[in-house]
Design a protein around this ligand. Structure first.
Ligand SMILES: CC(C)(COP(=O)(O)OP(=O)(O)OC[C@H]1O[C@@H](n2cnc3c(N)ncnc32)[C@H](O)[C@@H]1OP(=O)(O)O)[C@@H](O)C(=O)NCCC(=O)NCCS
Length: 424
């Protein structure tokens, strides 16, 4: 594979219900796509397809990609929405790569957006049935009869859960279970969370993170600007983290609000091109996409362990080994998940038992993993995180003059995603 990554950018990431709460996922997607195109110096007319990821869909606009495209691109550009939980933007990018590699497109904009400030809150199943029955009835008495048996509890609103539909387990409970099964201590989780904030603060202080962000001017007056992620704590301390109470297993647990990625609003997008098209437009790629892999495991097993399965496949497809990876960007759903995956990648036993390999896949030294922090500090708008990871890795590979970079993402449903980039 050799698809060119030309440019990318993202909105700031903001904790749900805070500075970006007035903007929908479509609004956030529009800002990211418009800015990514401007940074790529490509006119909208050159775009063949827009592919966009989101997880919590807006029932009135389920194809978010088309809504974003209609606002930002010529109306003739087709657009499709993909959903692969926390790796949705990664999947959008992978789909773009597929189109380009197959010769079906030359220029693809891919990314994703999420607004957890705008989750669809629906009526109870009983009320939904009654409303449908009532709408079908031809007489007033028929319409009223649809509501016979009504109880006050039927008015209770339904919120989407971050839980596995098959097992009922939430992501946080799964992370807690992984911490226990893999022996990941509370102190190790707090240390990883602390490092995420320290490195993210450093990334803002020296301008590397700010360089990836398209500032958002807030409606209606467009006078207030949001230009940085508001979850990053420049005053992070291990002592403060140690004081937090476990959230998902209050009695025996170790996962806290501090070692979990927060619920977040944000959008991100990248511009992908065939080599031929990049040359024709006279634009310089920042990286080449060399491979990707997607895996899935039983959600009842270690739900967020997907990266440990996907990474070796992506590396093999790129024709490289882990020792050649200069930088790694891991989505941090929870510190317990990051540390569990690093443990599995470093384990001969896991390699033999789960991957049918002789020895451990390995991983880069922690100093080369998430060098500007991760989702714990920066935030995690489900549909957009993949665009952030891809862009951060591509830019950072150039800064450190590395050659290969690896992205890993765990996703609901027991899925794992990995992608290999090569510096251009
Ligand atoms: C864990 C979770 C429930 C916490 O939600 P929350 O309680 O709204 O979180 P808050 O940001 O309000 O933090 C709770 C408290 O911890 C404190 N805190 C959080 N992170 C901290 C840190 N790094 N250092 C010090 N204190 C911290 C907050 O200041 C807050 O304190 P307060 O109650 O005195 O105001 C929520 O973020 C969550 O569900 N995360 C997981 C999302 C998920 O499953 N994603 C899918 C993964 S792929």
């Amino acid at each position: 594979m050799k698809t060119a990554l030309i440019a990318g950018c993202r909105t700031p990431f903001a904790k749900a219900g805070t500075s970006l709460r007035e903007l929908t996922a479509i609004d956030l997607g529009k800002i990211a796509v418009r800015e990514a195109l401007a940074r790529a110096d490509i006119p909208g007319e050159a775009v063949d397809q827009l592919i966009f990821g989101t997880v919590v869909h807006n029932p009135t606009a389920p194809n978010i990609a088309r809504e974003v495209g209609l606002a930002v691109l010529p109306k003739q550009v087709p657009a499709s929405t993909v959903s692969r939980a926390c790796s949705s933007a990664n999947q959008a990018i992978a789909d773009g790569v597929n189109l380009i590699e197959l010769g079906l497109a030359d220029v693809v904009v891919a990314g994703g957006a999420e607004s957890l400030s705008h989750i669809p809150i629906t009526v109870s199943p009983w009320m939904a049935t009654a409303l449908v029955e009532s709408a079908k009835a031809r007489t007033l008495s028929g319409r009223l009869a649809a509501f016979s048996g009504f109880r006050l509890r039927h008015l209770a609103p339904q919120r989407p859960e971050i839980a596995e539909p098959t097992t009922g387990e939430t992501m946080g409970e799964a992370a807690e279970r992984m911490a226990k099964e893999n022996g990941i201590s509370r102190a190790a989780q707090d240390e990883w969370a602390h490092r995420s904030h320290v490195l993210a603060s450093r990334g803002f202080a020296d301008g590397r993170l700010a360089a990836e962000i398209a500032p958002v001017y807030l409606p209606p007056l467009y006078e207030t600007v949001v230009d940085r992620d508001n979850g990053v704590r420049s005053d992070s301390s291990l002592e403060a983290l140690a004081r937090l109470r476990p959230v998902f297993d209050r009695k025996y647990g170790s996962v806290t609000a501090g070692s979990a990625s927060p619920l977040t609003d944000g959008g991100g997008a990248v511009v992908l091109m065939s080599k031929r098209s990049a040359q024709a437009h006279g634009v310089e790629p920042i990286a080449w996409i060399r491979s990707y892999a997607v895996t899935a495991l039983d959600p009842g097993a270690q739900l967020l362990q997907g990266p440990a399965y996907a990474a070796p496949i992506a590396l093999e497809r790129a024709g490289i080994s882990m020792s050649e990876v200069d930088l790694m960007e891991m989505h941090e759903a929870f510190a317990a998940q990051v540390l569990s995956n690093l443990q599995a990648l470093g384990s001969d036993d896991f390699a033999k038992r789960e991957l049918g390999r002789d020895r451990a896949v390995g991983h880069p030294d922690p100093e080369r993993i998430n060098v500007m922090g991760g989702s714990i500090a920066l935030g995690h708008p489900f549909g957009a995180t993949g665009a952030r990871l891809t862009m951060t890795l591509a830019h950072e590979l150039r800064r450190v003059d590395g050659q290969f970079g690896l992205i890993t993402v765990c996703a609901a449903g027991g899925m794992g995603f990995a992608m290999v980039l090569e510096r251009a």
